[in-house]
Design a protein around this ligand. Sequence first.
Ligand code: FES
Length: 107
Amino acid sequence: MQWVKLFADEREAMSRILPGKPQLLLVHGKRICLVLHQQRFYAVQDRCTHNGESLSKGTVNHFGEIICPWHNYCFSLQTGRELSARSSDLNTYPITVDSTGFYVGVY
Ligand code: FES
């Protein structure tokens, strides 16, 4: 895994990412969907495992699930699991913040 710096610190991340609004990032050629939900950041693959739609075009509900805009499949931001097991899990990416910056781990 490689840690990639996205922001100088968590404050910058909070100022750039709107709560509940998925944001598409291109990180070393990977399309990653970054979400701020209830003061926590989550990163999952952007490509829906059902039929490939961009999840960053979707919405986030109060339970911390991202809903694909195409057929409304619903994935846990924490585990990547589709709630009704209709398609495979999303890849999830860890996030860490330390005194040097805000990082996402990509593999
Ligand atoms: S492409 Fe995402 S639910 Fe069908």
